[in-house]
Design a protein around this ligand. Sequence first.
Ligand SMILES: NC(=O)c1ccc[n+]([C@@H]2O[C@H](COP(=O)([O-])OP(=O)(O)OC[C@H]3O[C@@H](n4cnc5c(N)ncnc54)[C@H](O)[C@@H]3O)[C@@H](O)[C@H]2O)c1
Length: 388
Amino acid sequence: MDKVKIAIIGVGTMGSAHVATIDKLDNCVVSALCDINPDVRKKYANRKDTAIFASADELFAKGDFDAVIVAVPHYFHVPLALQALEHGKHVLTEKPISVHKKLARQLVEAIPKYPDLKVAAMFNQRTLNAHKKIKQLIDTGELGEIRRINWIITTWFRSQYYYDSGDWRASWRGEGGGVLLNQCPHQLDLMQWFFGLPKKVTAFLSLGKYHDIEVEDEVTAYLEYPNGATGVFITTTGEAPGTNRLEICGERGRLVYENGKIGFLRNEIPTTEFRTTSKSQFGSPEKWEINVPYKPDVKQQHMNVIENFANAILKDVPLIAPAQEGIRGLELGNAMLLSGLKHKTVELPIDEEEFAVMLDELVSKSRYVKKAPAEKKDVDAASLAGSF
Ligand SMILES: NC(=O)c1ccc[n+]([C@@H]2O[C@H](COP(=O)([O-])OP(=O)(O)OC[C@H]3O[C@@H](n4cnc5c(N)ncnc54)[C@H](O)[C@@H]3O)[C@@H](O)[C@H]2O)c1
């Protein structure tokens, strides 16, 4: 095999961008597309060498492909990924890997049964060079032991028109959550990738504060880590202009990532050493300012992940984001929602049964009704770089 034949299930906003991305890659091709929406199928009907299917069952029964990309609403990620594995297909699932931890565990526990299949998740922001550089600085101990983390990520502004553009969006029944489940899976994944998981989460959140939606569109969470470090995570889809500022305080100094720049104020002497040995009442460690250089991003984020997925299949290279790692950021988001809605501090690992019962109750009261799909414009993945 010199090119991986990929089938995309769900060819909406993201799936259509994946078609355009794969067309630019030389290690994979789109051999099949599957969407329940007849208008979508009509749009791709004349594509050469691409078979079009109206359901996943039909695709798995008749399609000629090696791997699937699952780009449907989140509730279907796990069932479709499992179906793909049962049919011997490699899987790249969109983020989040699921709506809640209990469901995600079904996939995570199934993966070891298919050692010859690659199972990846679309955590495209892991491929940004700034994020890779921050991870390197943490992992090599350059920042010292982490003491405090603040991430304000409010650049996820969304209009009401966006929420109205898909009948599944922003309802408990159709989507299963709001900003924590749709926009923030990237940052929640990066949080666990950089720092591991906290042991306790206390969150405050608002449902439909800025939009006519039933799920959360504003969250502030306080995180407590096993080593005593603390974190604050703030997000919303209702604020403009938004902020994306990650501040990490370690023993060796303070890193700030904002406006595309990584700045590091480096302590000459680690903070604890200075605190315990200094003979000065008010002094603090000498510090110097470093503008941390990192390489410009050459390829589009989603392209990096798809190319890597195909190379994992063809050449056994390591995956950028194995799907099983997706359960961690998902658990962090679940913990925030559980804490915010139940007004209590939540310990990790979360009680996944409690979360599933809470979500079931929300779903039973959901006002979600199926609407006619809104007209969609084609989206080029490159144009989404800043949005996703
Ligand atoms: N990685 C990223 O940066 C990124 C960005 C946007 C969306 N996403 C993810 O992609 C997924 C889809 O989001 P979207 O914005 O493209 O949604 P969308 O509504 O624009 O598209 C979803 C498509 O799936 C189809 N579909 C629904 N159920 C199906 C089924 N059972 N079988 C086949 N087709 C089905 C719909 O008809 C629609 O065309 C979500 O999970 C979302 O989180 C990821």
